[in-house]
Each structure stands twice: as structure tokens, then as C-alpha cells.
Design a protein around this ligand. Structure first.
Ligand code: ADP
Ligand code: MG
Length: 327
């Protein structure tokens, strides 16, 4: 169902001289969705996000929000707000003044803007830090301030470019849970750029996979993970084997592969590696034609019939676990 606040990209294109960074992409972001733009470095994620924010001129195409083409509007007039990778806080301003900054620029009087900034700090649980300078905060705290600063403009769409990449792994996982619960609480659209498949799977209602300036596949996170449509998506989203069969290429999840005796199986191979991962054992096997596949077995299945490097095995899967890939 379409809503007033859906965000639609229509043949959106960005060229820098000869470089086509974003190549006529079309997509409808439903209002209130947590969407992740996922793809390798250089595929056009940031260029897309910067065009949405108004920090980059649209070469061709349109951006429709609330029924209007916003692609020619200045950043502050679009109903979008951006949180930057390095947070870009003003080092000489206190936390509360950083958060209130955009209201000051709009000419909002001091008592009103400090009240709103206070509410935003409460939202991100940073009230106690209002008078500190950014340098006196941890990375996670700086990120919360940057979020409060972006949200004070009451955007309909929050744009986040690799917001977790500056954090250590432990904090990254905590902050991603906070981002998710904040998005639920606010009910606005989040568009979050990442090159991390785990991050996208953990956060996204919808994943938009980009490759070479185009959208390769978009859909609910589970659908993209369970049924990748191209070899690129299967490889990039991870935990899948791309297997070339005489009848065509397929993707099969690593945890859908079973070991059997060689003669009865769909494929025959030789074990090249056994990696113990605690709850699972990852077993790699070389097939004919220099292909390698990974089977992820539960520890019980593996240790019930242990195998060693060099052994010949058969590999099988249920036919509904195989997804045909298009080129
Ligand atoms: P991503 O965020 O997915 O890593 P970008 O959108 O930053 O990708 O870049 C997409 C392509 O556009 C890359 O080839 C990059 O080198 C190029 N590009 C990005 N910004 C500029 C710029 N300001 N000038 C010229 N080329 C750029
Ligand atoms: Mg980028």
C-alpha cells in the first residue's frame, strides 16, 4: 500500500564526469521502513544517499517524497536529515548547542531551541551529558548526539551513511540495537548505508543490494537472504554456495548442504578444510571444475560422523533449497 510519506526514486542518476556512480535506479521506500542500502565499496551507495539528502546534485531523474519532487530543494527543506559517518560535531560547541544548532540557524529563540534540544537528548538518553564538549564523549555517545542533532529537525526520512563503522565491534552491536529501537519508536523511514551483510540482516526490514551503480535486488531481508537472484547477491550476502551445474547456476545455503556417500549424491567432492566454530562445523570441499563449496553442519551432525581433510564425500540438498540464478 502506498502512503503519503513514501519515498520514491525515479530513474535516479548521478554522473561525475565520465563516471556513472548511480545508473537510473528506481525504488519505492515505504514510509516507516528500516531500509539498508547494501553493497561493496564504490557501488554508488553514498552518492545515492547524498542525492536524497540534497548534498549532491541529481544528474537525472527524480526523488519523490510526500507526493512532491524534492530533488531541487535545499537540504533543510526536504524533510530528510543526514547523519554522517564521522558524526561531524562542532568541537567548540557543547552537546546541547550541537543538537540545537540547526534551530539556531532557522532563527528559533534560545528558550524554545534549548527545550527541543533537551527533548532530543532525552530521546537518545544523553541528558546527563548536555554541557560536555564532543571531545569529552566516547564514540557511542558522540553518535547519540549526532542522532539527536539530525532528529531535531523532525525529518520524515533519516539518512545514515555507514553510521557504525567508526565504533569498535562490541559497541557497534550495541548501537545497532539502539538504532533499531529508535526507528521503531519514531516510526519514520531510516535509510542506512552499509557494506556489512550482518549489519543489514540485523537491522533492515528491507535490503536494497547495489552493485556497479545499479540495484541488483531489493526486498524484505529474509527474502533477499533466502532467495538471492544473482550470483553477486548470493556471494555478497554470504552463507551461500554458488554452484555451476550442467543445467545452470544455482545458490544453496551452506546450512542446506548435507554430506552423503559419494555415489548417491548430486555432487561429489573431496574435503579441503574442517573448521570448528562451536555450535557448527564449517566443512569445505573441492568439486570437479575447481569449484569449492562450504557445508555448515551442526556440531552434533558433524561429530556423529566425523570427516577429515582428503576424504571423498557426496553433497546433497533438497531441491527446494536450490535457487536458480540469473546472469
Ligand atoms: P559507495 O558509497 O558505495 O562506496 P560512492 O557513491 O561513494 O560509492 O561512489 C560511487 C562511484 O562514484 C565510485 O566510482 C567513486 O569513485 C565515484 N565518486 C564518488 N564521489 C565522487 C566525486 N565527488 N567525484 C568523482 N567521483 C566520485
Ligand atoms: Mg560510501
Amino acid at each position: 500500500m502506498r502512503s503519503e510519506l513514501d519515498l520514491e526514486l525515479v530513474s535516479l542518476t548521478k554522473r561525475y564526469g565520465e563516471t556513472v556512480a548511480v545508473d537510473a535506479i528506481n525504488h519505492l521506500f515505504h514510509a516507516g521502513t528500516y531500509a539498508c542500502l547494501l553493497g561493496p565499496s564504490g557501488c554508488g551507495k553514498s552518492s545515492t544517499l547524498r542525492m536524497l539528502a540534497g548534498h549532491e546534485i541529481v544528474t537525472e531523474g527524480a526523488i519523490i517524497l510526500g507526493g512532491h519532487d524534492i530533488s531541487g530543494l535545499p537540504p533543510a527543506k526536504r524533510g530528510t536529515a543526514m547523519m554522517f559517518q564521522n558524526y561531524a560535531l562542532f568541537p567548540h560547541l557543547s552537546v546541547v548547542d550541537n543538537v540545537a544548532f540547526s534551530l539556531r540557524m532557522k532563527g528559533v529563540d534560545a528558550p524554545s531551541r534549548l527545550k527541543r534540544a533537551g527533548e532530543m537528548l532525552e530521546l537518545v538518553d544523553m541528558t546527563a551529558f548536555a554541557d560536555r564538549l564532543p571531545a569529552q564523549l566516547s564514540g557511542g555517545q558522540q553518535q547519540r548526539v549526532a542522532l539527536a542533532r539530525a532528529l531535531i529537525t523532525k525529518p520524515q526520512v533519516l539518512l545514515l551513511d555507514e553510521p557504525l563503522s567508526a565504533l569498535d565491534p562490541f559497541l557497534r552491536i550495541r548501537m545497532r540495537a539502539e538504532l533499531k529501537s529508535l526507528q521503531r519508536e519514531l516510526g519514520i523511514t531510516f535509510i542506512h548505508v552499509t557494506h556489512g551483510q550482518d549489519e543489514a540482516l540485523a537491522l533492515a526490514d528491507e535490503i536494497v543490494v547495489m552493485n556497479n551503480a545499479r540495484i541488483e535486488q531489493a526486498g524484505p531481508a529474509r527474502e533477499v537472504f533466502d532467495a538471492p537472484r544473482t550470483a553477486f547477491v548470493a556471494r555478497f550476502i554470504g552463507s551461500h554456495n554458488v554452484i555451476a551445474l550442467p543445467e545452470g547456476k544455482i545458490a544453496v545455503r551452506s546450512d542446506e548442504l548435507r554430506l552423503t556417500t559419494p555415489d548417491a549424491a548430486k555432487l561429489q567432492g573431496r574435503i579441503t578444510g574442517v573448521e570448528y566454530q562451536g555450535t557448527h562445523v564449517a566443512l569445505t570441499a573441492a568439486l570437479a571444475g575447481e569449484q569449492e563449496v562450504t557445508a555448515l553442519l551442526t556440531d552434533k551432525d558433524f561429530f556423529g560422523a566425523p570427516k577429515d581433510v582428503g576424504e571423498a564425500v557426496g553433497l546433497d540438498w533438497d531441491s527446494q533449497a536450490a535457487h536458480a540464478l540469473s546472469a
